[in-house]
Design a protein around this ligand. Structure first.
Ligand code: SAM
Length: 288
């Protein structure tokens, strides 16, 4: 019995060494190889974004467009993440993340944050994000786009029904907070613009009506619809730009980037969602 335990411990130690070596090897390639941009781009990584951002920084890679939807701190049962931090800690966590993203953004590049407010709009998460992005960090506001879901959410939370005591106001919409990194424009070649006239005109109105994605269809509790990153990428990037999603979930941003001939990188904490994203990406590239 003891022999078996010892063997198991040895195996565990060996596995740990192999994993650590692989990790060091990966970082070493990314840091030393001048073509590390090529090595990293067009990959989804199953790792915390804190680590991913650090690796991109070490490799000296610059991101043209960051599209992401963080957990909203509303108690969604994610596989590996507890979505109920004390609110102050939650906002500080996001602030630190977007602060570290400043080291990897192209000057003039776009940051698009999709977020919804908590508790029927009474926790104004989107305005706290705008506050730290524009007052404490170096991002410049481009627009607050309203994503209208064109659905009436199940009308059960009335607050106080038919009474002025404390009526509530459910929100069948979310926000896409659009920023530029520093006060510069994103220059590029005319031949690399892919947006059509009609798309450009439609997208430039700051209310987008897009049906939500079904969580049950993707086995992820909070995916955003493919049309959301597609529209941001078309409007804000050139062909071959690098698009990053630091909370890549079921891989929607990567799929949109791939469809529009942009490069992508994604980081996701949960192995389960990471696998779902890889499968989706493969299906979309087979269909193309
Ligand atoms: C709102 S979901 C993103 C959904 C994604 N936009 C999609 O379409 O599938 C947020 C994701 O962040 C992941 N997550 C939470 N903390 C993370 C971290 N530190 N690094 C990377 N991913 C994290 C969660 O597991 C979850 O999948």
């Amino acid at each position: 019995m003891n022999g078996m335990v010892n063997q198991r411990q040895k195996d565990k130690r060996l596995l740990k060494q192999v994993v650590t070596k692989a990790d060091t090897f990966l970082s070493a390639i990314q840091i030393n190889d001048k073509s590390s941009d090529l090595i990293l781009a067009n990959n989804l990584y199953n790792m915390p974004c804190e680590k991913g951002i650090e690796l991109i920084k070490k490799a000296g890679i610059k991101v043209d467009c960051l599209i992401t939807s963080p957990p909203y701190n509303v108690g969604i049962p994610y596989a590996n993440y507890k979505d109920n931090k004390p609110y102050k800690d939650y906002i500080n966590w996001l602030k630190e993340l977007f602060k570290s993203c400043q080291d990897i953004m192209t000057v003039g590049g776009t940051v698009a944050i999709n977020v919804g407010d908590g508790k029927n709009g009474s926790i104004s998460t989107h305005s706290d994000i705008i506050q730290f992005m524009t007052r404490e960090l170096d991002y410049v506001m481009v627009s607050t786009i309203i994503w209208s879901k064109n659905t009436t959410t199940s009308r059960r939370s009335w607050g106080s029904f038919k009474s002025p005591r404390c009526p509530s106001f459910p929100t069948p919409f979310e926000y896409i907070l659009l920023f530029r990194y520093k006060d510069k424009y994103h220059e590029g070649g005319k031949e690399d613009i892919t947006v059509t006239n009609k798309e450009f005109i439609d997208n430039s109105l700051a209310i987008w009506t897009i049906a939500p994605e079904k969580a049950s269809k993707l086995n992820h509790p909070a995916p955003f619809p493919l049309n959301l990153p597609l529209r941001i990428i078309q409007q804000m990037t050139y062909r071959n730009d690098l698009v990053l999603d630091i909370f890549s979930g079921s891989g929607t941003t990567a799929i949109a980037a791939q469809m529009l001939d942009r490069r992508y990188i994604g980081f996701e904490l949960s192995q389960e969602y990471h696998k779902i994203a890889l499968n989706r990406l493969e299906k979309y590239s087979e269909a193309a």
